[in-house]
Design a protein around this ligand. Structure first.
Ligand SMILES: Nc1ncnc2c1ncn2[C@@H]1O[C@H](COP(=O)(O)OP(=O)(O)OP(=O)(O)O)[C@@H](O)[C@H]1O
Length: 311
């Protein structure tokens, strides 16, 4: 069914270098959420903290009433099985063929006989459209196929939560479109809670139910897709519309002088673009968490940009 993940006041630093602090958000059960943020703001660190690979300084990660940050290593080992993770490069073992890569978590974490493992691996490879690639080595298939293989491996333990670290990195726009459709169809099929870290604005605008933005060491905003896509909050607006005008600079936050110069030059951010429709599942059914287009805006008295929610 997917589980709700409640993150409360989560704070992480490496030595004296803070990454982010006081991150509070709830990933709704079974929904797709996207996490955005400039490079180096700690999105990967956030995913690793969620699965318990990194320990936060403070805060809680609550799933089914259990705070993951308080668990001992043994208990954490069990809880990790709730998660499937698609790492940035697929994180496949280069010397193992695709079949053995996908079977790996089953052999590590379960005592299932090979016959059953074979069935599960075949089912997951089928789900990601990789039937027939079992005997290939990761180096012999394309980047898109490696991502799919990584995804099949993330799914073999039937996770309740699937984390995707930049699934679209290194993929061309067509492969990205296919992968986005696959993510939506899988969410429909396995009903897990999905969190996707991405830099792809088109993905962020059309795939998720919720969007979050990490900026300058904190969570700038997290909420329903329409809330962020209609937001005029400068950082959110700048990032979600991929603009130069706004508080985010080339390598870090712009300083007061730069912002003043921008204002003096009369640099106004362009109007918000129309909010697109969400990408539908390919089986023609409504998305599980589907709300009528424009519902959030109308409930909250927000006028969406002209031309929003058209095909
Ligand atoms: N194990 C670690 N030890 C020390 N510092 C680390 C460690 N892992 C990450 N960092 C630092 O934490 C910061 C955030 O890194 P992270 O990879 O999470 O950023 P990101 O938002 O995912 O970036 P990108 O969008 O470029 O992938 C960086 O400054 C990085 O150098």
């Amino acid at each position: 069914m997917g589980v709700e993940v409640q993150v409360e006041g989560l704070t992480k630093s490496f030595g004296a270098s803070p990454v982010w602090s006081d991150v509070t958000l709830t990933l709704p059960a079974g929904e797709i959420s996207v996490l955005l943020g400039p490079s180096g703001t700690g999105k990967s660190v956030f995913l690793k903290t969620l699965v318990g690979l990194l320990k936060p300084d403070r805060g809680a990660i609550v799933i089914d009433g259990h705070d993951l940050t308080k668990l001992r290593e043994r208990e954490l080992y069990e809880v990790r099985k709730l998660f499937g993770v698609l790492f940035q490069d697929g994180a496949l073992f280069g010397s193992m063929n695709i079949y053995d890569n996908v079977a790996f978590p089953l052999r590590e974490h379960t005592r299932k006989p090979e016959r059953e493992i074979r069935e599960i691996v075949a089912e997951k490879l089928d789900m990601v459209g990789l039937n027939g690639a079992e005997t290939k080595l990761p180096g012999e298939i394309s980047g898109g196929m490696r991502k799919r293989a990584g995804l099949a491996r993330a799914l073999v333990l039937d996770p309740e939560i699937v984390l995707f670290d930049e699934p679209d990195s290194g993929l061309d726009p067509v492969r990205t479109a296919y992968l986005n459709q696959l993510i939506i169809d899988l969410n429909q099929q396995i009903e897990a809670t999905f969190l996707i870290v991405t830099h792809d604005i088109n993905t962020a605008r059309t795939v998720p139910d919720n969007i979050g933005l990490i900026y300058h060491g904190h969570l700038a905003m997290f909420g329903p897709r329409e809330m962020l896509l209609s937001s005029t909050e400068p950082v959110v607006r700048q990032f979600l519309n991929a603009q130069r005008i706004g508080p985010i600079g080339m390598s870090e936050e712009k300083d007061a002088d730069e912002l003043e110069a921008e204002a003096a030059a009369g640099a106004e951010p362009p109007p918000l673009p129309p909010i697109p429709l969400q990408l539908p599942p390919s089986d023609g059914r409504a998305r599980r968490a589907e709300r009528a287009p424009g519902q959030w805006c109308s409930v909250h008295g927000v006028t969406p940009p002209e031309g929003s929610f058209r095909q």
